[in-house]
Design a protein around this ligand. Structure first.
Ligand code: UD1
Ligand code: CA
Length: 449
């Protein structure tokens, strides 16, 4: 059966003390709301609707850049979670099947849990995701009778007896689209917070003879983020899991606690990740590659046998084929390096294609930017670029061609040619020593006087 997602993300998030909408704060280098969008993908949803409030345009931009089919609807006043869900009704008017409601500030929900939630719809009209809380604190409590869920009571409205319940509401709910919006429309706001509680749909459903049930997941999946401290704790939890997962997958790390992963980092087995490596979003490392200490990678792909760093920076669009070498203080951006190419020291390679086994000497720079436009550099297979060559793009150096050290290359170099683009050396015999003697004498005279 088809399914749609509603992601609630309109809450102000005032406890973050930030101008940035809460759901755009990064966790594992990805905005919070996108964790939800990506987790929800496991259900292959027909529609994704994100309900936003503060910073609507910013959130919309981020959501659409991840999923251009997503719909963003605005809840201009935050009157409660049921009111928020109701804002998605028009966007889902044509949808069939089920709806799953997720919270934009609850990033760790797993694929297995989402599938379990869907599966439970076979036996219940409304399914709520619950967890057994170590400290139930201010969570909503799930009031059950055997297998059946009778109602959810918010902490603020709960009696002492109800507060003693440790089975809590995660906020995630699943029902058919038609029943969900029908129930949500009946929710009132006569409660301690004077809010329209989504949780009230359980009692409303039961009163109409519908059934409601609970799926239980680990508490770690329901972790919600309201403060910077909670965000930092979530980041620590994510990093701990990512490191453990990488080790289990066969990645070697001498100091895993110093390696920072992004939500989507992929590393193959028998890769070596040295200390203090940071993975930004969009990095994939094939098995058997080595990322040496203090390197920073983002939007890059590194193939088998390649060695990167120490102190290397791979920026978006860096594509390294097998056995490539990118050494210390080298930056690569939007560039493909074919098999066995080497850029070992102090270089910038941007908007470029480097052929197989080409060697770029120390201090090679692709001068790709004229202040307005970016231009492309092509270096052929087996070419040898002398140290400190400036390649003024657009420019092509042919296969097996060479450039002399210190050259400024402004026009194309044919295959096999040697290009020298530097001032001819002028050597004056004896002049070095004579000049130095004169300068020293001048200094001595100054000290005396
Ligand atoms: C909610 C649940 C509670 C549950 C807890 C789990 C209700 C009434 N209560 O409480 O049972 O234990 O989550 O964390 O649902 N939002 C909107 N618009 C609104 C209100 C909220 O989009 O008008 C969004 C928020 O941005 C947030 C989510 O809904 O992502 C939850 O809202 P929040 O106010 O944090 O609910 P809780 O009081 O924590
Ligand atoms: Ca909350």
């Amino acid at each position: 059966m088809s399914v749609s997602l509603i992601i609630l993300a309109a809450g102000q998030g005032s406890r973050m003390q930030s101008d940035l909408p809460k759901v755009l704060h990064p966790l594992a280098q990805v905005p919070l709301v996108l964790h939800c969008v990506r987790a929800g993908r496991a259900l292959d949803p027909d529609h994704v609707v994100v309900v936003v409030g503060h910073g609507a345009e910013q959130v919309e931009h981020v959501v659409l850049s991840e999923d251009e089919r997503a719909k963003v609807v605005v809840q201009s006043q935050q009157l409660g979670t049921a009111h928020a869900v109701a804002q998605a009704a028009d966007a889902l008017a044509g949808a069939s099947g089920d709806v799953v409601v997720l919270y934009g500030d609850t990033p760790f929900i797993s694929e297995e849990t989402l599938h379990a939630l869907r599966a439970a719809r076979a036996t219940h009209d409304v399914v709520v995701l619950g967890f057994n809380a170590a400290d139930p604190a201010r969570y909503g409590r799930l009031v059950t009778a055997g297998d059946a869920l009778e109602r959810i009571v918010e902490f603020k409205d709960a009696t002492e007896e109800e507060r003693a319940i440790t089975l809590c509401n995660s906020g995630v709910i699943c029902a058919s689209r038609a029943q969900l919006f029908d129930l949500v429309a009946q929710v009132g706001n006569k409660n301690a917070a004077q809010e329209y509680y989504l949780t009230d749909i359980v009692a409303l459903a039961r009163a109409q003879g519908l059934s409601a049930g609970v799926v239980i997941c680990p508490q770690s999946e329901t972790l919600g983020i309201n403060t910077r401290a909670e965000l930092a704790a979530a980041e620590a939890a994510f990093q701990a899991r990512a490191r453990q997962q990488a080790l289990e997958n066969g990645v070697a790390m001498q100091a895993p606690d110093t390696v920072i992963f992004a939500q989507d980092t992929v590393i193959g087995c028998d890769s070596i990740i040295e200390p203090y490596v940071v993975f930004g979003p969009g990095v994939s490392i094939e098995g058997g590659a080595t990322i040496r200490a203090f390197s920073h990678l983002e939007g890059a792909h590194v193939s088998r046998g390649a060695v990167v760093g120490p102190y290397a920076r791979l920026r978006p669009g860096a594509e390294l084929a097998e056995d490539v070498r990118v050494g210390n203080f080298v930056e690569i951006k939007n560039a493909t390096l074919d098999e066995g190419a080497k850029v070992n020291h102090l270089s910038y390679v941007g908007d470029a294609h480097i052929g197989a086994r080409a060697n770029l000497g120390a201090g090679t720079v692709t001068c790709n930017y004229d202040g307005v436009f970016k231009h492309h550099t092509t270096i052929g297979e087996g070419a040898f670029i002398g140290s400190s060559t400036m390649l003024v793009a657009p420019v092509t150096v042919g296969a097996h061609a060479m450039t002399g050290s210190g050259s400024v290359i402004t026009s194309d170099v044919p295959d096999g040619a040697l290009a020298l683009g530097r001032a001819r050396q002028d050597t004056k015999p004896g002049l070095g020593k004579r000049l130095m003697d004169k300068l020293r004498a001048a200094k001595a005279a100054r000290v005396k006087g």
